[in-house]
Write a protein that binds this ligand. Structure first.
Ligand code: AMP
Ligand code: ZN
Length: 455
């Protein structure tokens, strides 16, 4: 398709024309879940944005090599490299081992992901399966002179990199001058851990030998290491939620720059937060909504997918039950409208091009949805053509329109008994009785008697 694809790159802070580094193929790395607890629907807003990005890239004819990590070690409760490992804390909370909770919450994440029709990544890679890669990465950074040792670990010296923090436009001098939190033995407020030692006299559930001592990797190194292993030194697009801009992605860039001199990815894209009552939705806040919370209230998981389609990924979205209700109603209408259309036409070139124009304009899904509604009105193009065109749109929406079937409602037994009695009365030519049974049947509700000939 000839229309150019434009994406917002947070590194450049501008819209840029997307062109893959390798013809026909896109390398995509998305930061995955930290599996110390269930994922909340806010997390899934980011995963949905990434799924839509991937589908838009595929729509443009690219093969996407998508790597997603599972953070199952090293993500501390504070981004400032203090506090506990979230996995060990989660293990204590649940009374299970860190390994058990990693398995449990990874499985639950995948289940929800599939319920939302999020496509599987090409490779799903666990941090704990890539410890040697992370150690080799740190060793190279050390060799290049970017590290120092404290009593609790090996740290990255951010002062060695003049452009450290560029992604977030960090005010390094301001951070340094105003450091209010105790940074311990760290030399600078922005320095971060590459390898943490197991606390003296304590055996952690997850720990490994390393050239620096027994311990575990810092959170950021896993992404630099796995991205490099599966996508090389420099690849096309790196994504995550907006909270990753100032710390996690900033540090991933620093590490990769220190090891190989590239800034990891050509495009840096971020999904903006889902808010609840205007506050950040966070697992650490304790109370949060899971996909299951929506299902338990009778919602189809895809109503949440639809809701996310109605807002642009670069603006925050306030979650309300009213908004979810509207999304559920719209989805139901769209499914029924689509189902009622006759198939067998060709796609409409004009609409397909307009659709490409919208999604290639930095993933403008809200406007792409509006085009779908135009087609469903039924008077703009031939109905057969509308169905084929919408089927194509749904490759990006991912709502599974073509698979949807109206639910067959079971006919209550009482209604079946009345219908049988009426048939018997008619067979016996007891017309008055048959009529009476018919009005009784009508009285029970929606069960209208359709004349046999037109059934
Ligand atoms: P985590 O499991 O905390 O590592 O987060 C998984 C993904 O969800 C990351 O890309 C986060 O940036 C993202 N995320 C976290 N909270 C939210 C939220 N409230 N809305 C949207 N994305 C979020
Ligand atoms: Zn990451």
């Amino acid at each position: 398709m000839a229309l150019p694809l434009t994406l917002y790159d947070n590194y450049a802070r501008s819209l840029r024309r997307f062109q893959p580094l390798k013809a026909g193929e896109v390398g995509l790395y998305t930061c995955g879940p930290t599996v110390y607890d269930y994922q909340h629907i806010g997390n899934f807003r980011t995963f949905l944005f990434e799924d839509l990005l991937k589908r838009v890239l595929e729509w443009n004819g690219y093969r996407v090599r998508h790597i997603m990590n599972i953070t199952d070690v090293g993500h501390l409760t504070s981004d400032a490299d203090t506090g506990e490992d979230k996995m060990e804390k989660g293990a204590r909370r649940t009374g299970k081992s860190a390994w058990e909770i990693a398995k449990l919450y990874t499985e639950s994440f995948l289940e929800d992901m599939h319920a939302l029709r999020i496509e599987d990544p090409t490779i799903l890679s666990r941090a704990t399966d890539h410890i040697p890669e992370q150690i080799a990465f740190i060793a190279d950074i050390e060799k290049n002179g970017f590290t120092y040792r404290t009593s609790d670990g090996i740290y990255f010296d951010t002062s060695k990199q003049p452009d450290y923090g560029y992604l977030a436009r960090l005010d390094k001098a301001g951070l340094e001058a105003g450091r209010r939190v105790d940074v311990g033995e760290k030399k600078h407020a922005t320095d971060f851990a590459l390898w943490k030692f197991s606390p003296p006299g304590e055996k952690r559930q997850m720990e490994w030998d390393s050239p620096w001592g027994v311990g575990f990797p810092g959170w950021h190194i896993e992404c630099s290491a796995m991205a490099q292993r599966y996508l090389g030194d420099y690849f096309d697009i790196h994504c995550g939620g907006e909270d990753h801009i100032p710390v996690h992605h900033t540090n991933e860039i620093a590490q990769t720059e220190a090891r190989v001199g590239t800034r990891l990815a050509n495009f840096w894209m971020h999904g903006y937060f889902l808010l609840q009552s205007d506050a950040k939705m966070a697992k650490s806040a304790g109370e949060f909504l899971r996909l299951k919370s929506l299902i338990d209230r009778g919602y189809d998981p895809l109503a949440y997918r639809y809701l996310c389609l109605t807002a642009h990924y670069r603006s925050q979205l306030n979650f309300t039950w009213d908004a979810l209700d509207s999304a559920a109603i719209a989805l139901e209408r769209m499914r029924k409208g689509f189902y009622a259309l006759p198939g067998g036409g060709a796609g409409d070139g004009g609409y397909l091009e307009r659709f490409t124009g919208e999604i290639n304009d930095d993933l403008n899904l809200p406007r792409a949805l509006a085009l779908a509604w135009e087609l469903l009105r039924g008077d703009v193009v031939d109905l057969r053509v509308a169905k084929t065109t919408l089927t194509a749109f749904d490759r990006v929406f991912g709502l599974g329109l073509a698979e949807w079937q109206p639910r067959e409602e079971a006919i209550p037994e009482a209604v079946q008994a009345l219908a049988a009695a009426r048939s018997a009365a008619r067979a016996a030519k007891q017309w008055a009785e048959a009529d009476r049974l018919r009005s009784e049947l009508h009285g029970v509700g929606r069960w209208k008697i359709v004349p046999t000939a037109t059934r």
